[in-house]
Design a protein around this ligand. Structure first.
Ligand code: CU
Length: 117
């Protein structure tokens, strides 16, 4: 009886945390997209509210140099993370994000976008 009770608790905890993590919902520039003009900023939309002190975006060019300006800020209803960009010449850029959601879970990921053809 006690074993069954424990299993039920573990299952509900696992399900709860899976839904509570902050996953990337969508981004601008769009994930994997090619944009004609240098974007002024990267904005990421997450599925959970973020802790600003522990949420960051790095944007790097093909040589690995940072092209984002300053620290990312949490905006909107705290589910959006934004960072301004330098003027980007044509090329491929990598966006690396690391966030802490308000439920204290960390998630991270990356994607690329292109400027030009
Ligand atoms: Cu979580």
């Amino acid at each position: 009886m006690r074993t069954i009770f424990t299993i039920v608790i573990l299952l509900s905890a696992a399900t709860g945390s899976a839904f509570a993590h902050a996953h990337l919902d969508h981004a601008t520039p769009k994930v994997g997209s090619t944009v004609a003009q240098s974007p002024k900023e990267v904005v990421l939309w997450f599925t959970e509210k973020l802790e600003p002190a522990f949420s960051s975006i790095e944007v790097r060019n093909e040589q690995g140099a940072a092209v984002s300006m300053g620290k990312a800020t949490v905006i909107g209803d705290r589910t959006q993370l934004r960072v301004p960009l330098k003027a980007l010449p044509p090329g491929s850029y990598k966006v690396i994000w690391r966030v802490l959601s308000v439920d204290t879970h960390r998630t991270q990921g990356d994607f690329t976008f292109r400027v030009g053809q």
